[in-house]
Write a protein that binds this ligand. Sequence first.
Ligand code: K2U
Ligand code: ZN
Length: 177
Amino acid sequence: MSLLNILRYPDPRLHKIAKPVTVFDARLKKLAADMAETMYDAPGVGLAASQVDVHEQLIVIDTSDTRDDLRVFINPEIVWASPEKQIYDEGCLSVPGIYDGVERHAKIKVRALDVDGKRFEIETDGLLAVCIQHEMDHLKGKVFVEYLSPLKRNRIKAKLLKEERELKRDRQSVAVR
Ligand code: K2U
Ligand code: ZN
């Protein structure tokens, strides 16, 4: 398996819309496995294919404390969402070091396919519900900072672009030595 490169905000590729998966083959299984390895390594509790520049409707999630309860959701759709909302302090592997409150449905029912193309449904709340909604936003090209004020979003964009420039400069200075 391989570790995949995670796109960093404000990379425009994070805003591409993911297409439904139609072929359930070894390539798809390897992609899911590589995404899971990348998520565990980060570490994170979820990862969407959009974040590794693959624009197909595939997300991997593991919110367990023991890090051994991997869930794969393909072509996920929310078929029911509670009117009750909750605010959770979210982060994102594509927006490193930034955490802020986002309001989402407290409980959801999700229908999806597994890696073999078999349909399943789950109803959930808590961190899993938050994570599923966060990852499904990624598949729609939406990053959680878009729920924040323009002032906050622009400050985050400037901070991450500055960090990116410094990262590139440091890499070049090492290469020259
Ligand atoms: O999409 C991602 O980058 C993965 C997120 C998933 C996530 C976002 C918000 C709330 C819960 C999960 C990363 O796992 S962010 C890091 C993290 C780790 C543990 C709990 C919350 C956030
Ligand atoms: Zn994210």
